[in-house]
Design a protein around this ligand. Structure first.
Ligand code: GTP
Ligand code: MG
Length: 284
């Protein structure tokens, strides 16, 4: 990318401050990340704020991620001492794993409260993470109703909001937050390609081009199946243009419509049409 992506609007700074203020109100934190980018979608500023508070790292959108890599990531996080679980926030069945881990982590606290006569005490959870990783979707699945606003773009939740589930959990939906410097160029590209960064602040063509090149290296068969075979093309930019042509993204005059193809590729990533992919491998 020619220029660094810098998307840190005022509401994100405020949300970080809110996280710090409201942390004392909760028993534990769910930190969602995107299972396709388990390293780059974890916000170091948030981690600092959460500190030693009990936390469960949730690798969400695991339906879109490479299952072998997801398993490795969960193992790695657990071996480092973090409670971690892979989920599809949209799928109620996968959610029960999270409730089990939550109750396990809370057992001692709840037993202590019960011994003092406080039974049925609610477990208060703050749900944090980078934008568009499925925090509000997860809350709705846990609550069994559409109580939080969701959307397929980043920056949907703007204010902290308490949502009771009707069961043992009370959840606080938080706005997704990034941080001022989004790490390496690869981190920036994959955060943008997976939808954590608003499309308007990125160069979509550069993001799609870089993401496509990463995927050709990591998942050549999936890419070939979706976009065609380019074994005889040595230049990645020529390959990108030919992919666009094959997908019918042509302007009048016959030139490839790079922007249209970039949008198509990013949309393919969002819907999983390329297949299950993980941009970052767990180093175990
Ligand atoms: N494929 C897939 N999509 C998901 C999953 N969870 C959430 N989504 C989609 O991801 C998009 C973002 O979901 P939200 O719940 O609004 O994300 P959020 O983390 O609350 O986003 P912000 O409020 O903007 O920070 C929506 O289009 C959801 O349908 C999942 O497990 N799998
Ligand atoms: Mg939200």
């Amino acid at each position: 990318m020619a220029q660094d992506i810098n998307w840190f609007p005022g509401h994100m700074r405020k949300a970080l401050n809110d996280t710090s203020d409201k942390l004392k109100l909760v028993d534990l934190v769910y930190e969602t990340c995107d299972a396709r980018i388990p390293f780059s979608s974890r916000n170091p500023e948030l981690s600092k704020i959460i500190g030693d508070k009990k936390r469960i790292v949730i690798l969400n959108k695991s339906d879109l991620a490479d299952p072998n890599e997801t398993n490795k990531w969960v193992d790695k996080l657990r071996s480092e001492g973090s409670a971690a679980v892979a989920l599809e926030a949209v799928d109620k069945k996968s959610i029960s794993k999270l409730t089990d881990i939550t109750m396990d982590l809370m057992k001692e606290t709840l037993d202590k409260a019960a011994s003092k006569g406080r039974t049925g005490r609610p477990v208060r959870v703050m749900v944090v993470g980078v934008p568009n990783t499925g925090k509000s979707t997860l809350i709705n699945s846990l609550a069994g109703k559409k109580a939080a606003v969701t959307g397929d773009r980043p920056g949907v939740t703007r204010q902290p909001k308490w949502i009771p589930t009707g069961g043992r959990l009370e959840l606080m939906d938080m706005p997704g937050v990034l941080w001022p410097k989004l790490g390496t160029r690869k981190s920036q590209v994959i955060l943008a390609a997976t939808g954590a960064v608003k499309a308007e602040v990125t160069d979509m063509v550069e993001v799609a081009y870089d993401a496509a090149n990463l995927l050709w290296d990591m998942y050549p068969s999936l890419m070939e199946e979706r976009y065609g075979n380019y074994d005889d093309i040595s230049d990645p930019y020529d390959r990108f243009l030919l992919m666009g042509k094959k997908k019918g993204c042509i302007m009048s005059g016959g030139r490839v419509d790079e922007e249209r193809f970039a949008r198509l590729l990013i949309d393919d990533l969002k819907s999983g049409r390329i297949g299950r992919i993980t941009f970052e491998k767990a180093k175990v």
